[in-house]
Design a protein around this ligand. Structure first.
Ligand SMILES: [Fe+2]
Length: 363
């Protein structure tokens, strides 16, 4: 089969992505309805309402929802197994734009009816509307990441084919979120499956690996597998390393957009957001040292704020820093908390200095 030029594949992937979203939302909604029906049947059957039969029906029954074994392409297998060895925690890069919500947030049985079976389901499985809006958030997030990735690649004066490849990786980087929500009812990588790994499996299930020369598919897989790890591992291939960095930057820029546009709201909808607590002195020091925090270190809402800020310290490219500076992300994230810890003002000035230095280095 002749190789299709990457600019054509860019368009092909864009169309595929929109269909993939539509399909997963439709199948997922049907699964939510089925889960609710099962939950209600279980409570009727038991008469007690303690039923645990909910949530077993229809998981991943639709096309594109499963994370079954890959179909044999070397990159699929290699990338999938590679993900298993990337033991680092989520960077949180996947946590923005509505991610990580849903799991165990426990806001009642919702519209599904007041029975404990329904209440025991993850929030995303109790309400079709909630389910689709979470996936629509991912669709919108993805489209913005595609734009950022293309802009970063252009700013690096990469060849046209690499600009196209960066956009393709943008379209594909979060497709694992779709089976993740359908299978586990959550966007939490720790509570379900890692969405980077699921993304590569999904590409193989969808036959997307066959669309690309194997060298390009290796780069796509590597970039997706590592887009959400805490620390990017040593990637020997220079082109793969560049693309892995581009997608990490593009993803973070949209997360920072989302975080700063929704300051003060419990948009994470996860436990840590609700737990009050003082700013932790060790984490404060890590921030002053410009360290990228691990999500594993996050225990309270205050920790989460520092974690959000620390995304800035894991960004690679000049254009990304210019966008961070232009949008005053650091100030927006932390300034509401001036007075809650003596170091907050220092954190702001030190982070601004850090950003300025990286902008200057780029000139
Ligand atoms: Fe993302």
């Amino acid at each position: 089969m002749d190789d299709i030029p990457l600019n054509k594949l860019n368009t092909q992937i864009e169309h595929w992505f929109q269909r993939f979203c539509d399909r997963n939302i439709a199948f997922g909604r049907a699964e939510v309805r089925e889960r609710l029906r099962e939950a209600k049947r279980a409570i009727k059957g038991s008469g007690a309402g303690s039923g645990d039969g909910a949530g077993t029906g229809g998981v991943s029954s639709g096309v594109g929802g499963g994370a079954s074994a890959s179909n044999g392409a070397g990159a699929c297998i290699g990338a999938s197994t590679g993900a298993g060895s990337s033991a680092s925690a989520d960077s949180g890069a996947g946590s923005g734009a509505g991610a990580d919500s849903g799991a165990g947030s426990g806001d009642g049985a919702g519209k599904g009816g007041a029975c404990s079976c329904v209440g025991s389901l993850p929030a995303a499985w109790r309400d079709e509307g909630e389910f689709s809006s979470l996936l629509e958030l991912k669709r919108a997030h993805t489209l913005r990441v595609v734009a950022y990735a293309g802009d970063i690649a252009s700013s690096l004066n990469l060849p046209d084919e690499d600009i196209c490849l960066s956009r393709i990786i943008g379209f594909l980087h979060d497709i694992g979120r779709f089976p993740q929500l359908r299978k586990h009812g959550t966007f939490s990588d720790s509570g379900g499956e890692n969405h980077g790994k699921l993304g590569v499996m999904t590409m193989c299930d969808e036959g997307i690996d066959k669309w690309f020369p194997s060298s390009d598919f290796e780069i796509i897989s590597t970039s997706i597998i590592y887009h959400n790890v805490h620390v990017l591992p040593d990637i020997k291939d220079a082109r793969a390393l560049t693309h892995a960095k581009i997608i990490r930057d593009a993803d973070k820029l949209d997360i920072l957009d989302f975080i700063t546009e929704n300051i003060g709201e419990n948009f994470y909808n996860i436990e840590q957001n609700a737990i009050p607590g003082d700013f932790d002195d060790h984490l404060i020091q890590d921030i002053l040292d410009h360290k990228n925090l691990s999500i594993k270190a996050i225990k309270t809402r205050a920790d989460r704020i520092l974690f959000d800020l620390s995304l800035i310290f894991d960004v690679y490219f000049p254009l990304s820093y210019e966008i961070i500076k232009r949008n005053s992300y650091a100030e927006k994230i932390v300034s509401p908390y001036i007075g809650q810890h003596p170091a907050i003002s220092d954190i702001i000035s030190s982070t601004i200095r850090y950003i300025d230095e990286r902008c200057v280095q780029s000139q």
